[in-house]
Design a binder for this molecule. Structure first.
Ligand code: HEC
Length: 111
């Protein structure tokens, strides 16, 4: 009987350790992303616009306002585009602004 209880405690303790480990791994990952979690969709922009993606205009020289203004133009069709018109329509103005803020905040943080 006593052994069963000790075993149950050990299992519970193991599960707790695993949980704590998972939590600290998750926060370490957040820290390596400069503390600011990317809003939904933002990291997808970097597939085309990130460092090393030379076929597309880099966003690293643009301010948050410039990115958000461009997204508005792409969305309403006032700015000519081959791809961005379709991409921009997938985001609300609020989502675009959050993405623009995040992208602008990444400047200088990436090698
Ligand atoms: C599939 C590749 C692709 C993805 C993904 C992509 N873009 Fe673009 N982006 C382009 C291309 C190509 C252009 C040039 C305009 C055009 O032809 O659509 C452009 C232009 C831009 C410009 C104007 C840059 C300048 O110098 O004038 C901004 C701002 C921009 N994209 C923001 C974004 C944001 C924000 C996202 C993520 C939500 C994003 N892009 C995702 C391909 C992409």
């Amino acid at each position: 009987m006593r052994n069963v209880r000790v075993t149950a405690l050990k299992i519970a303790g193991g599960a707790l350790t695993a949980l704590l480990f998972a939590a600290s791994a998750a926060s370490a990952q957040t820290a390596s992303q400069n503390f600011v979690a990317a809003p939904p969709g933002a990291t997808a922009c970097l597939g085309c616009h990130g460092a090393g993606a030379t076929a597309f205009p880099p966003l690293s020289r643009l301010s948050s306002d410039e990115i958000a203004t461009a997204m508005t133009g792409f969305r309403d069709g006032t700015r000519e585009a081959t791809l961005m018109n379709r991409i921009a329509k997938g985001f609300t103005p609020e989502e675009s602004k959050a993405i623009a803020d995040w992208l602008a905040a990444q400047q200088g943080k990436k090698p």
